[in-house]
Write a protein that binds this ligand. Structure first.
Ligand code: NAD
Length: 508
């Protein structure tokens, strides 16, 4: 364990609050909290959490830093992000190993998460020379009209345990090139990965005298989370987590006329048509449902298979599930590691009990397994179900896949959309008409809709997020950056008269 912790500066007890540079760590005056590994339930290291005073100290530093940072030209801000991307590049294996240790992801997924951060840094560096505004044609003579984008302020970033570092990068790198400063509250389940990221970027921030641009506050909900969401000094809160959390955050931020980006739960489905390439569909479904032990917001949770191929396809799926090696995520052969903690195992068991009592039938898995003693391992599980069962309508953060046969595509799309969430979706078909129907305005109602690839594993180049109870926020690529800036419309009169718009005359 020391080989993972030491290169990342993780000590037996770590400060949970800092302003960036190496000497920017605060003492952390809140209660100590131990982070346990889901691999074996053993303690990894402790964090002295931030209390209210620490939070105030960080916010003061962030506010002061914003006044300087917003005046740094965006391409120079991009150079700082480039250096941070390089630091991540050269520590990809180490940080990935800590993600594995603290979040339980298999090695490829732990490192893949760090790669996503690196990609995001590259994207943001390019963006730092763009941040384009439009020029409009004025209706008045000798007038010029355009819009420009200015930095917004300090951005509060609240992250979930299941992408303990990548989601910070999606937000922080965009916010930084946009001229904002960042205050990060990671999940209390994965604080050490956040501390490690801050250790990695500290020398860069120190070298460039950038205390207060990237800040970290790890603390209890009441001491930190609740303060952040009602703090008007944070004009934007970007929060990733459950729909329950999003409802609280969205309401608190709206109450103070703040802005929020909400990235919440999904209930993602794959539709497999009778004409699909079944090999592709099978592999994508397996990865989508079993990858990260079903703990991705984009995990495949419902599978609609056309009735004529349903039984044969499910038989192949059962065979594939049988091949999944479950166990220590550090082992090269492991495909599925543990759930995050004992609560997650209990929630999976309660969901399966509910499914059974509502008329569903567990046709594969459903049990705890011994991976490593003390860890939280379960079997990936298949449940024959109907879309309208209450348990199918909810997101259970575990590897449960509900199997639902369908007869015609219109019916499948209607059921597909008939859940409260709207994050990611996919169809497998060789028919252009089916694919286009699924992508049309009368098709999938999700923020992400794919053809012949699964629901999980989005690229950072596209805007990421979903509709309905998934929150409506967008992060990462495309023009998601606009949410991190304030838009200003400017009109310049370079003539010698004062014509009014809409033909109004107001002569004196
Ligand atoms: P969670 O809602 O329990 O916690 C997420 C974060 O919110 C944590 O940092 C937590 O401390 C914080 N939080 C909770 N209540 C808060 C409050 N009132 N004020 C301020 N902060 C508060 O979620 P989790 O268990 O860590 O993560 C799993 C969930 O996250 C799943 O529902 C998953 O779908 C979702 N998720 C969504 C996306 C996405 O992009 N849509 C990505 C990853 C995870």
């Amino acid at each position: 364990m020391q080989m993972v912790l030491q290169p990342l500066g993780i000590r037996p007890v770590n400060s949970g609050a800092g302003c960036g540079p190496t000497d920017g760590w605060l003492t952390g005056s809140g209660p100590e909290r131990v982070s346990f590994s889901p691999i074996d339930g053993q303690p990894i290291a402790a964090v002295r959490q931030a209390d209210g005073d620490d939070y105030e100290a960080v916010m003061a530093r962030a506010r002061e830093a914003f006044h300087r940072w917003r005046r740094v030209p965006a391409p120079r801000r991009g150079q700082i992000v480039r250096a941070m991307g390089d630091a991540l590049r050269s520590h990809k294996a180490e940080l990935g190993a800590l993600v594995t240790l603290e979040a339980g992801k298999i090695v490829a997924e732990g490192e893949g998460e760090v790669q996503e951060m690196i990609d995001m840094a590259d994207f943001a560096v390019g963006l730092s020379r763009q941040l384009y505004g439009k020029t409009m044609q004025s209706e008045r003579p000798d007038h010029r009209m355009y819009e420009q984008w200015h930095p917004l302020g300090a951005v509060g970033v609240v992250t979930a345990f299941n992408f303990p570092v990548a989601v910070w990068a999606w937000n922080a790198f965009l916010a930084a090139v946009c001229g904002d400063v960042v205050v990060w509250k990671p999940s209390s389940k994965t604080p050490l990965t956040a501390i490690a990221v801050h250790h990695l970027i500290a020398p860069i921030l120190e070298r460039h005298d950038l205390a207060g641009v990237f800040n970290l506050v790890i603390g209890q909900g009441s001491a930190v989370g609740e303060r952040m969401i009602s703090d008007p000094r944070l004009p934007l809160i970007s929060a990733t987590g459950s729909c329950r959390m999003g409802r609280q955050v969205g309401m608190a931020v709206a109450k103070r006329y703040g802005r929020s980006i909400l990235e919440l739960g999904g209930n993602n489905a794959v539709i497999v048509c009778a004409d699909a390439n079944q090999d592709l569909a099978l592999r994508a479904t397996l990865f989508g449902a079993v990858g990260t032990a079903g703990q991705r917001c984009t995990s495949t949770r419902r599978l609609f298979v056309q009735r004529s191929i349903h039984d044969a396809f499910v038989a192949k799926l059962v065979k594939a599930y049988d091949q999944v090696t479950i166990g220590d995520p550090r082992a090269a052969a492991t495909l599925m590691g543990p759930l995050i903690d004992g609560n997650a195992v209990d929630e999976m068991q309660s969901a399966l009990a509910a499914a059974r009592s509502q008329g569903g039938e567990v046709i594969y898995g459903g049990n705890r397994v011994d991976g490593v003693p003390g860890g939280f391992y379960v079997q990936p599980t298949l449940v024959a179900a109907a879309n309208d069962l209450p348990i199918v309508q909810a997101e259970t953060f575990a590897p449960i896949l509900y199997l639902i046969p369908f007869d015609d595509l219109e019916e499948a799309i209607a059921q597909h959309n008939d859940v409260p969430q709207g994050l990611s979706s996919a169809i497998f078909t060789e028919s252009l008409a089916n694919a286009e129907r699924f992508l049309s305005s009368a098709g999938s109602d999700c923020g992400i809709a794919n053809v012949n690839i699964g629901t999980s594993g989005a690229e950072i180049g596209g805007a990421f997020g979903g509709e309905k109870e998934t929150g409506g926020g967008r992060e990462a690529g495309s023009d998601a950056w606009k949410a991190y800036m304030r838009r200003q419309t400017n009109t310049i009169n370079y003539g010698r008269s004062l014509p009014l718009a809409q033909g109004i005359h107001f002569d004196i």
